[in-house]
Design a protein around this ligand. Sequence first.
Ligand code: 5GP
Ligand code: MG
Length: 200
Amino acid sequence: MPLLEWRRHIEHRELQVATLEDITVKTLLSEEELQAGVARMAIEIAAAYGERPLTIVGVLTGSIVLLADLIRQLDIPLRVGVLQASSYRSGATRGALTINSEMMLDVAERDVLVVDDIFDTGHTLVEVVAKLKELAPASVKTAVLLRKRGRQEVDFSPEFVAFDIPDEFVVGYGLDYADQYRHLRYLAVLEPDDLASDRS
Ligand code: 5GP
Ligand code: MG
């Protein structure tokens, strides 16, 4: 089946509204939709690698929930490691990205799959992939839960994308706002009123 048929293109629609502490959020993807999207992406990944052992590198912190669900959908030989990528953003200005790979597995001569939460401008994944390539892996591919439409500033696209979503700030399923909401089982849109100018 062609890749595009597997991918769920998420459009604006009537969203379910839930009150979370003192703010109101709209559900963009339910728990069931997220699970289905991750399962579809796992099928694509397994088909791409077959029996070749895979080294998965999760990008902390946003990928933790995806990583835990994705690896349990993959019935292929694999190892799991993590690295941390963090940038400080202020308004529209993109801060410098820091990559901490001290906790990562060795990747030399391995087939590496980088797993991240969201592909937005794309700078984070481009820098992570460049850093990994310095370590002489056999191959590097990338998988993300979400790709935001119309935001990319790089000539690069992840090989595996579970959902294409509208350009809105989302939280839940690993994604945070000011270190909160990562534990939501669904993906929610934060209203602009609830957003200050900084995101991490
Ligand atoms: P990029 O470098 O692709 O612009 O940004 C990727 C990182 O920015 C993501 O890993 C995530 O940490 C953050 N990010 C981008 N868009 C969103 C969003 O809508 N919600 C949240 N919580 N983080 C986002
Ligand atoms: Mg991130």
